[in-house]
Design a protein around this ligand. Structure first.
Ligand SMILES: Nc1ncnc2c1ncn2[C@@H]1O[C@H](COP(=O)(O)OP(=O)(O)OP(=O)(O)O)[C@@H](O)[C@H]1O
Length: 276
């Protein structure tokens, strides 16, 4: 099962204290942001630092309420967190006193409706899916960074959410582990059909994973452009799609957009400082 997500005219404003006068001021993090994610789509999001990527994810996760606009999952307004949507953060959020399998079982306990035996079986299935069958009884401190993140992904998938929200989940990993996990994630996604929103700072990662890449602008945070990625992926993994001409073209287009946005943000900041 997967779900369609829609954000229309979404705005998010925070109250922040000025550096100089310590007065509270409104800070517009998102303004009139519109985005649709189709059921079963893999959408990646890139944008300058501080443009509001995590804010968007928090809103879809139901961890925060927007100041304006509307967010829906399959047409129903998002009013808070729900087991239909699962979040994977950059930092591994495993319970250190529980084994890999027990971490997953714990999440399933929270969902309810499953016997102990069913939970144990489900945990095994999802550890198999992320290639960690042999490590079910290891504690987090006995696992590598990449393995911990795979357990976190298995845990998020185990309660079979319709939507998987990923906030730079591979950001803390070395380049090789990161590439391997990207490939595994594509495999898992094609098997489960979950709708994925994946935030990253890495253009290559965005192009490799996304069926579409949403590029955000900063100040205010909006969707600048959404680029459909049509790459000839080789399911056997034998061909290096990252080395293809098409990949380089997409990469360069997004790089140029981000560079332009970076200049625009710098100019806005200079103007704001001049008027402060
Ligand atoms: N609770 C908050 N209170 C005040 N300002 C906030 C709050 N949360 C986020 N912001 C501000 O909103 C803007 C967007 O933050 P957000 O974390 O969504 O950006 P981001 O694109 O995910 O950043 P990065 O790429 O650096 O992780 C930033 O300027 C941030 O300082």
């Amino acid at each position: 099962m997967s779900s369609r997500i829609e954000l229309s005219h979404v705005g998010q404003t925070f109250w922040v204290r000025g550096d100089e006068d310590k007065q509270l001021r409104e800070f517009v993090a998102l303004d009139d942001l519109n985005l649709e994610v189709a059921a079963g789509e893999f959408l990646t999001v890139v944008g300058p630092s501080g443009c509001g990527k995590s804010t968007v994810l928090d809103l879809v996760a139901g961890l925060a309420e927007p100041s304006s606009g509307r967010l829906t999952v399959d047409g129903k307004p998002i009013t808070g967190p729900g087991l239909d949507r699962s979040v994977v953060f950059q930092q591994y959020t495993l319970l250190p006193w529980r084994t890999a399998a027990a971490n997953i079982e714990f999440a399933l306990e929270a969902k309810g409706g499953m016997s102990k035996k069913q939970r144990a079986e489900r945990a095994r299935d999802y550890l198999d899916l992320v290639g960690l069958t042999e490590f079910a009884n290891r504690y987090p401190h006995e696992l590598s960074g990449g393995m911990k993140q795979r357990v976190a992904i298995a845990r998020s998938l185990s309660y079979e959410p319709e939507v998987l929200l990923m906030d730079e989940p591979f950001g803390a990993l070395d380049a090789q582990t990161r590439e391997r996990l990207q490939e595994e994630l594509i495999g898992i996604w094609s098997r489960t059909g979950t709708t994925v929103i994946f935030i990253t700072h890495d253009i290559d990662e965005a192009v490799f994973l996304g069926q579409r890449v949403a590029v955000m602008s900063a100040r205010p945070g909006r969707i600048k452009e959404v680029i459909a990625i049509d790459l000839d992926r080789d399911p056997s993994g034998e061909t290096d799609v990252r080395a293809s001409r098409d990949f380089a073209t997409y990469r360069h287009h997004i790089w140029s957009l981000l560079r332009q946005l970076h200049h625009e943000t710098d100019e806005t900041t200079t103007e704001e400082l001049a008027h402060a």
